[in-house]
Write a protein of this length. Structure first.
Length: 225
């Protein structure tokens, strides 16, 4: 611990702040979609809210990201939204509802990334913040973090959202085979996070999206890219 610098602590705290906001919006997306589809379980549990406290997990959203951030290893999660497919409005197929609820979380991260990038571009364009300043760096980190959350959660391995989407698309006659494969979901996730070559599955597209979003936005306002 003596080798940890004040700068590392500051960066870790900023990373946790960005993750808390991003995770809150992600989980809100799940809760909001389930509520709109007819299941009031998330609303009764106080999850249809943007309040970060309602979605934060003490270990996954606070402790682990803080400790990991000190050593340059970012990883965390929010409190899972509980919902009951059986309570969904009958006009929706259960598999369709499962896909919609699962994809709603990652899509909220895309929305947050785009809105943040637009605000960032306007602030730089109007000279409110400098392009290479600390505030600019924090905002850009928030944009990339949300693209990372989007692509990471789309990995088709339970309990990630991509795993629920894949299950929703799996025909019922093949569900037993899917359940057998799904048991290895946590192992797949650990491997993807721990092995750099596999981590490129979500790191590369996240970097690409971040770079191209800024190129487009800066180009629209005449800023050099």
């Amino acid at each position: 611990m003596s080798s940890i610098s004040p700068e590392q602590i500051r960066q870790a705290l900023l990373s946790v702040f960005v993750l808390i906001v991003s995770v809150a919006l992600h989980e809100f997306g799940h809760a909001f979609m389930a509520d709109r589809l007819g299941d009031d379980t998330p609303r009764r549990q106080g999850r249809v809210t943007l309040n970060p406290i309602a979605h934060a997990d003490p270990i996954g959203t606070l402790l682990l990201p803080l400790v990991g951030g000190l050593y340059g290893v970012g990883f965390g999660w929010g409190k899972p939204v509980q919902w009951q497919p059986s309570r969904i409005n009958r006009k929706w197929k259960m598999a369709t509802a499962q896909i919609l609820v699962a994809i709603a979380g990652p899509m909220m991260n895309v929305v947050l990334a785009l809105v943040t990038a637009i605000v960032h571009t306007i602030l730089v364009w109007r000279g409110v913040i400098s392009r290479g300043g600390e505030a600019s760096h924090l905002i850009a980190m928030a944009v990339e973090t949300n693209f990372l959350l989007f692509f990471f959660n789309l990995i088709p391995a339970p309990p990630l959202d991509g795993g629920h989407v894949a299950q929703g698309f799996t025909p019922y006659r093949h569900r037993e085979k899917w359940d057998q494969i799904a048991r290895f979901g946590p192992i797949i996730i650990i491997a993807v996070v721990a092995i750099p070559a596999l981590a490129r599955i979500f790191l590369v597209p996240a970097d690409w999206c971040t770079d191209h979003v800024y190129k487009i936005l800066f180009g629209l306002v005449g800023l050099p890219t």
